[in-house]
Design a protein around this ligand. Structure first.
Ligand code: SF4
Ligand code: SF4
Length: 360
């Protein structure tokens, strides 16, 4: 009776989510030059989400359309990924993840196609082996392309369109010029969607100049090229999405979908976005003289992790409705207007120094 009552209570105020992002691993076989995984390797603890913890999510899958198995790590390094996909697919969910593509062996591809995975995102940082391999160290562009060609072949053999291939291109000053070849690459590997992102989590000073939005004098140039590619992509029926590339200091928007999505990290913590995932602040001793920091507008700030609760011991509905979590989301509610004087004092501390808040 108590359980039934608890279930009914849980339905009240349950979230309606576009997706839940689940960090199923923080292990990685890559060493990308900009990634916290690489830059904080001395303090990084790689973890797997156990399938038992993933099971805790099952009652909440009804609140979401989609489950995206992604965090600070390579999802294919969690051996339970196939079981996790199966669980979500059995509940009728759309399922996806983003990979560096190095573990896409024929056996893995066949399993993913059999499971009817919906989306496979492919991380890119160039359209040539020289550039991509320099930035995304530990990965290999040519191997990636041949793995994607194999995926296309297997999909054709099975007469299926899934998983749909999405290219996720990290746009930097040193690889922007290679974007002109992105449509050719997309057509070659059968990708129907391209998502371009900015470098928003800058952990080393030398990477500051890699962020396009810091090249303020040339923003119009970058915008015009991106627009040109978007127009060409539309002709090819390819979706081409990008943010920015400039930033707006008066912006009140968060580029993440925090009003209608959440992240569940590798430990089960519920977080609005991966940029404030507590895994980024782990192994931090009190009084740590060298805490993990990121660079915002040329200055260094300690990375702040946040969690509103843990699905190990609380229901997602309960966590979602906590006063602190709804207050956090409320700040980014587009229907609330604030004067420029109110913005900074009311911005959640962990978001003040986030470029995504400024539109990047
Ligand atoms: S593959 Fe992803 S998680 Fe791994 S180092 Fe590169 S960006 Fe980081
Ligand atoms: S403003 Fe930045 S840190 Fe804050 S929720 Fe949005 S993306 Fe995350």
């Amino acid at each position: 009776m108590f359980k039934w009552f608890k279930k009914q209570l849980d339905k009240i105020g349950s979230p309606t989510l576009d997706w839940v992002q689940v960090e199923i691993t923080t292990h990685c076989n890559g060493a990308c030059i900009y990634c916290p995984h690489t830059l904080m390797k001395n303090r990084w603890t790689s973890k797997q989400m156990p399938i038992k913890l993933f099971h805790k999510l099952i009652p909440f899958l009804k609140y979401t359309d989609m489950v995206y198995l992604q965090g600070w790590g390579e999802p294919l390094l969690n051996n339970d990924i196939f079981e996790m996909i199966r669980i979500c697919k059995d509940q009728g969910k759309c399922v996806g993840f983003t990979t560096n593509g190095m573990l896409l062996t024929e056996e893995t591809i066949r399993k993913l196609v059999d499971l009817e995975l919906d989306i496979i995102g492919i991380s890119l940082a160039g359209t040539t082996a020289t550039t991509h391999n320099r930035i995304r160290k530990g990965t290999d562009f040519n191997k990636l392309v041949s793995n994607l060609e194999l995926l296309s072949k297997i999909k054709a053999e099975r007469k299926t369109n899934v998983p749909a291939v999405h290219l996720a291109y990290l746009m930097l000053m040193s690889n922007f010029h290679e974007l002109k070849e992105i449509l050719t690459l997309a057509k070659k590997v059968g990708a129907k969607q391209i998502v371009i992102s900015n470098l928003t989590l800058i952990i080393e000073t030398k990477l500051f100049s890699e962020a396009i939005f810091n090249d303020t004098e040339e923003i119009d140039y970058y915008s015009s090229i991106l627009k040109e590619i978007k127009d060409k992509a539309a002709i090819e029926n390819i979706i081409f999405d990008y943010h920015g590339p400039g930033i707006d200091d008066a912006s009140l928007r968060c580029r993440e979908n925090i009003l209608h999505a959440c992240v569940i990290n590798v430990e089960g913590e519920v977080v609005p976005c991966v940029l404030i995932d507590p895994v980024l602040c782990e192994n931090r001793e009190p009084g740590d003289s060298n805490p993990p920091c990121y660079i915002f507008k040329g200055q260094s700030f300690p990375i702040r992790g946040i969690s509103f609760g843990n699905i190990r011991n609380e229901s997602l509905t309960h966590i979602w409705n906590k006063k602190e979590y709804s207050g956090f989301r409320e700040f980014f509610n587009p229907n609330i207007t604030r004067s420029s004087k109110q913005i900074l004092p009311e911005t959640p501390q962990c978001c003040i120094t986030c470029y995504k808040r400024l539109g990047a």
